[in-house]
Structure formats: structure tokens, C-alpha cells
Design a binder for this molecule. Structure first.
Ligand code: CP3
Length: 355
């Protein structure tokens, strides 16, 4: 494999010195880019795009051609695992993801297979290999998965949800059924991420998008516990380099100490958490990733630069910070805007890294 030409992202995740703060954007490949919409149209639909390694590779690289990003993220989706478990993922236009089969009962859970990452999710591994080849050492490639809890919300609700009625009913009324489902998902995610790492992913992120919808005790019992089980089972070094693990619980700012105790290398922060305060709490244990409100990208460049400067100042001197948005980039952002953001991070951060 080619030597990495830019390893700022991996170095910052491991708290090693860098010349400038690295930056990437969650959902950096996506609908806000006209070239993405064109490639998706060529593929036919979103899932066919994920399953075609050349086209998945093409859209992974698209944002890197426009912006000076320090990492690429595999183009795929967190719902590939439930799909591989036989739930039949599809997308209803304007309504987001849906499943043909919904998980509600003890028998539904008992009948669920743990997918074989090598055979059932071969299209994801083929995309990882293709992207690594195409990147040729330009920047590191991030692999990812949903957290067991976040995946369970989609599998039990049958799609996106506002109130999590069915999944919370399962959690409170039949916790043993919920645990059975989460345990199968934790096993599935572990083998899935390890196979992404063997295929070439150089860091991995666990998206716990809905952990923040839980009470503190339920977060520990139904989300964090299973993320720790995954972290414990992951390959942490591959090809002579450490493979950092990032945990991102949206709205999880109050639980950072517990998250840092899982053994993850870095924690993702949304914009509701003060990154300086987060650093004081857990900065000796983990690196931090975040945390600009994605809506700042609707403002002029001067306002974006001001916000970048503010967040860099809150974090302060030294490594251990990967700049990012606090959640995915919105589909209505003008594709000219992220350039001001990415360039501002590199230019304004250099002064925080002088030894
Ligand atoms: O970050 C990247 O650029 C990599 C690709 C990526 C996608 N989804 C592509 C995608 C990643 C990392 C994800 C993760 C994902 N998927 C999450 C966790 C992150 C988060 O945002 O909290 C979740 C909850 C999903 C589930 C999912 N997939 C939803 C809810 C939707 C519909 C969104 C909508 O607004 O309709 C998707 C589809 C999806 N995944 C799209 C993309 C680019 C849009 C599909 C399209 O082209 O129409």
C-alpha cells in the first residue's frame, strides 16, 4: 500500500503533534453536491450506488476534489447491517429509509442471523479496497458503522422516528428481548468493522445518532455497554499502524467521561457541548472531534471564519482535535461554502500548533 502523504487526521486522533488541525465533514459526500446527484442518477438509486464499487469510490472522492479535506469517509450507510440481516432496506422518496420486515417480538429477534461480513457485505469491502487504491495515500480512509442502539431504532420502528415509541416500549417492557437484539447487533458491528479494517479502513467511527434520546441509566445499559463491547473486539493495529476508533453519540455531551472509559481513541461532539469544557473533562484520555453547527455553513465566509476561530480558541493549544461539523452537512448548503470552512480551519489553526 502507498505511504500516507497526509496523516494529520490519524496523528490528531492519537494526540501526536500536527502542523495544523485536520478537518473533514460528516456526510461530506452527498446531496448538496451536484456531481453526487449526477452519479446517483447514473446508479439509479442510493442503494445501487452503495453496491457499485466504482461509483461508490467516485462519490467518496468528489468532496476531496473540491475541498482540502484531511480524510475520506467510505460511501455507504449504517443500514447495510440490518439489510444484510434480511430486513429489506429501501428508500421512499422524501421519507428516508424503510424496512420490509420489522423487528418487534422475541421470535423476530431469535430468527435474526448475524451476517457474515465477508460474504453478505462483500460490496462494502470491495468499495473500501477500491477507494484505498484510488486514494493512493492522499489522505486516510474512515470506515464506519451505526451503534447497536441506533441500528435497533430503525429495525424496530421500521424507519426513522421522532418519539421511538416501539423501540422504547421494547426496552422498558421486555428488556431481555432488547438485550438479545443489541447483543446480535454488537457482534455484527464488530465483525463488520474488523472486516472494513482488514480491507483498508484506517480509522473507524461508530455513529450513535440516537443514544442521546435515552435517559442516563438507559444510555449506559442499552447503548454505551454495546459500544464498549465493540471497542473491546476491534482490531486496533493493522499494517503497522494504529487504527483509531471514534465514538459519536449525538446529544451525548453529559456522558463524555463514561464514553472515554470505553477505551475509544476519540469522541465526536455535537455543537451543544463546549469543546473547551469537554477537553478539560476528558482531554487527557481521548482526542475530540467536532463541533461546528452545520447551519453555520448557510452564513457568509466571514461568519464561518469567526465560528472556526471561536472553536479553535475554545479547544486551545496542541494536538488532539479533529475539526468537524457537529452532525452531517445539510443537503441545502451551497457547495461553495465548505471551502471557506476547511481553509479557515487550516489557516487559523497553525498558531495553536507551534512547538
Ligand atoms: O459521511 C459520508 O459522506 C459517508 C456516507 C454516509 C451516509 N450515511 C450516506 C447517505 C454516512 C456516514 C451515513 C450514516 C448514516 N445513515 C447515519 C448516521 C449519521 C447521522 O447522520 O446521524 C444515519 C442515521 C443513516 C440512516 C440514513 N441513511 C438516513 C436517515 C437517510 C435518509 C436521509 C434523508 O434525509 O433522506 C439515509 C440515506 C443516505 N445516506 C443519504 C446519503 C448520502 C441520502 C441518500 C440520497 O442520495 O438520497
Amino acid at each position: 500500500m502507498a505511504e500516507l502523504k497526509n496523516d494529520r487526521f490519524l496523528r490528531a486522533l492519537l494526540n501526536e503533534p500536527v502542523d495544523a488541525t485536520p478537518v473533514w465533514m460528516m456526510r461530506q459526500a452527498g446531496r448538496y453536491l451536484p456531481e453526487y446527484r449526477e452519479t446517483r442518477a447514473k446508479a439509479g438509486d442510493f442503494l445501487s450506488l452503495c453496491k457499485n464499487k466504482e461509483l461508490a469510490c467516485e462519490v467518496t472522492i468528489q468532496p476531496l476534489e473540491r475541498y482540502d479535506l484531511d480524510a475520506a469517509i467510505l460511501f455507504s450507510d449504517i443500514l447495510t447491517i440490518p439489510d444484510a440481516m434480511g430486513l429489506g432496506l429501501y428508500f421512499e422518496v422524501g421519507e428516508g429509509p424503510r424496512f420490509k420486515k420489522i423487528i418487534r417480538t422475541e421470535k423476530d429477534v431469535a430468527d435474526l442471523p448475524v451476517p457474515d461480513a465477508v460474504t453478505d457485505l462483500d460490496y462494502v469491502m470491495n468499495a473500501v479496497k477500491e477507494i484505498r487504491r484510488e486514494l493512493n495515500g492522499r489522505v486516510p480512509l474512515i470506515g464506519f458503522s451505526g451503534s447497536p442502539w441506533t441500528l435497533a431504532t430503525y429495525m424496530v420502528e421500521g424507519g426513522s422516528s421522532k418519539d421511538f415509541r416501539h423501540v422504547k416500549q421494547m426496552m422498558y417492557a421486555t428488556p431481555e428481548v432488547m438485550h438479545g437484539l443489541l447483543d446480535k447487533l454488537a457482534q455484527s458491528v464488530t465483525t463488520y468493522l474488523n472486516e472494513q479494517i482488514r480491507s483498508g479502513a484506517q480509522a473507524v467511527q461508530i455513529f450513535d445518532t440516537w443514544g442521546g434520546a435515552l435517559s442516563g441509566p438507559c444510555y449506559q445499559e442499552f447503548s454505551l455497554k454495546y459500544m464498549k463491547q465493540i471497542v473491546d473486539g476491534l482490531i486496533r493495529e493493522h499494517d503497522g499502524r494504529k487504527v483509531p476508533v471514534i465514538l459519536f453519540t449525538k446529544n451525548g455531551g453529559q456522558w463524555l467521561e463514561m464514553m472515554a472509559d470505553t477505551g475509544a481513541d476519540a469522541l465526536g461532539l455535537d455543537w451543544t457541548t463546549d469543546i473547551g469544557n469537554a477537553r478539560a473533562r476528558v482531554g487527557d484520555k481521548v482526542a475530540l472531534q467536532g463541533n461546528m453547527d452545520p447551519s453555520v455553513l448557510y452564513a457568509p465566509a466571514s461568519r464561518i471564519e469567526q465560528e472556526v476561530e471561536f472553536i479553535l480558541g475554545q479547544y486551545g493549544n496542541g494536538s488532539g482535535h479533529v475539526f468537524n461539523l457537529g452532525h452531517g452537512i445539510h443537503q441545502f448548503v451551497d457547495p461553495k461554502q465548505p471551502k471557506a470552512f476547511v481553509d479557515a480551519v487550516h489557516e487559523l489553526s497553525a498558531k495553536y500548533h507551534q512547538q
